[in-house]
Design a protein around this ligand. Structure first.
Ligand code: FMN
Length: 409
């Protein structure tokens, strides 16, 4: 396998590549993290740890996937909690891992309650040798009932206070992991910056209720007939994550670790363009295994080469100047749908979409009988407003293009 140099500096720490295992089941033990590092991950965030007295009482099952058409996991719902492992045991593993893997970056995720507790866990995590600390202010289920998790990240004042406690006690860079379960993340991210944290990790899972069993009426995942709203992750949340990452990178100006829905190198490149300095991955690793990092490394390496860019840092935030308000978008730029008859498979999906979801601008031709073009739709350019929905439903890539209209002036 080609090994391009993808190293990048983030919050003053050098990562061998920008791909990092997010705090989640794939990082719940040293044995697992070691397998991730051996596969090529540039760093790992150890699954969130609490002090010994915090009771972590797991339920089962704690995960279920959302299926759509032929995909059985477009999104994953979990009602997992922080790690249920004993803190001293995990910290011992962190020390040993750090001795074994010096190049890879080991970040430890943690959660606590009072000032003394936050400071104590910070000290102990640092003593174990963590390169960075990530504070979870963002778990949407379980912990908020105890005044932790997203109960903190949804409140700017609490976020500031707790972030400051950790920053005061820390000698390594501190990341604050924020929740997307807020209307606007920017005022909260601003408080993280004012508290002196090195960066922000976003996003944690979106709070959602996956569904109901139609026979038993039990919500899913069904814990003995009952369930609760949990954290939704995976490919379906990528657009939401990109929005939060770009909001923070553009308007708050603090380093961002991007996470949410990354599966391929293309997804990762988009997070870099949105302003993320490193990219974390959870659900895709759980589903496909640690080895997906090979595709991430190879794909990003080829892409940078093709674009004539030196390192991943050259991509960070490159897309941000193009993210503008709706009002700032051009009203002079107009497109019209154009169907490539050679590529068209005659399925008619664009006709249905335009008829019932658009402006009735696409039809099979009425005068094509006997020509062989009976199922190649035509576009009425007078009626087409260039909405782009036909292209979205077309099963053939490149068959429907949105072409710029000639200027009417
Ligand atoms: C089963 C499961 C457990 C998780 N546990 C934690 C955790 O302990 N701490 C944390 O900060 N995030 C946790 N997360 C959230 C992930 O780190 C990540 O932010 C989220 O899943 C979005 O990324 P993804 O779409 O790549 O999965 C968990 C996610 C899942 C699916």
């Amino acid at each position: 396998m080609r090994k391009p140099d993808l190293s990048i500096e983030f919050c003053g720490v050098r990562f061998p590549n920008p791909f990092v295992l997010a705090a989640a089941p794939p990082t719940d033990s040293a044995e697992m993290i070691a397998r991730g590092f051996d596969a090529g991950w540039g760093g790992a965030v150890v699954k969130t740890l609490g002090l010994e007295h915090v009771e972590v009482n797991l339920v089962s099952p704690m995960m279920a996937g959302l299926a759509y058409e032929d995909k059985n996991l477009i999104g994953l719902e979990n009602i997992d909690l922080i790690s249920n492992r004993h803190l001293p045991e995990v910290l011992q593993e962190v020390s040993e891992l750090k001795k074994r893997y010096q190049e890879q970056v080991l970040i430890v995720s943690m959660m606590a309650g009072t000032e003394d507790e936050w400071k104590e866990i910070t000290r102990r995590v640092q003593e174990a040798g963590a390169d960075m600390i990530e504070c979870s202010f963002s778990c949407p289920h379980g912990m908020p009932e105890r005044g932790m998790g997203s109960a903190v990240g949804q409140d700017a004042a609490l976020t500031y206070e707790r972030a400051k406690w950790v920053v005061e006690a820390a000698s390594v860079p501190v990341l604050i992991k924020l929740t997307p379960n807020v209307t606007d993340i920017r005022p909260i991210a601003q408080k993280v910056k004012e508290a002196g944290a090195a960066g922000i990790t976003c996003i944690n899972t979106l709070k959602g209720l996956l569904g109901f069993d139609l026979d038993t009426f039990a919500p899913i995942p069904d814990v003995g007939g009952k369930s609760t709203a949990g954290g939704y992750s995976g490919p379906a949340i990528k657009p939401i994550a990109l929005r939060f990452v770009s909001d923070v990178a553009k308007d708050v100006g603090i380093p961002v670790a991007g996470v949410g829905g990354v599966v391929t190198w293309r997804d990762a490149a988009e997070f870099l363009l949105a302003g993320a300095g490193i990219v974390q991955v959870c659900t895709a690793v759980m589903r496909y295994g640690y080895d997906i990092v090979e595709e991430l490394i190879e794909g990003l390496g080829y892409y940078l080469e093709e674009k004539g860019l030196g390192t991943p840092a050259d991509l960070v935030g490159r897309g941000l100047p193009n993210v503008v308000s709706h009002e700032a978008l051009s009203r002079d730029y107009k497109v019209v749908a154009s169907i490539d008859g050679d590529l068209c498979v005659g399925c008619g999906a664009c006709i249905v979409a335009c008829r019932d979801g658009g402006h009735q601008a696409i039809e099979f031709p009425e005068d094509a009988a006997g020509t062989g073009n009976e199922r190649i739709p035509g576009v009425d350019e007078e009626k087409c407003i260039g909405c782009g929905f036909c292209r979205t439903v077309c099963p053939v890539t490149g068959c429907i293009l949105m072409k710029e209209r000639e200027s009417e002036a």
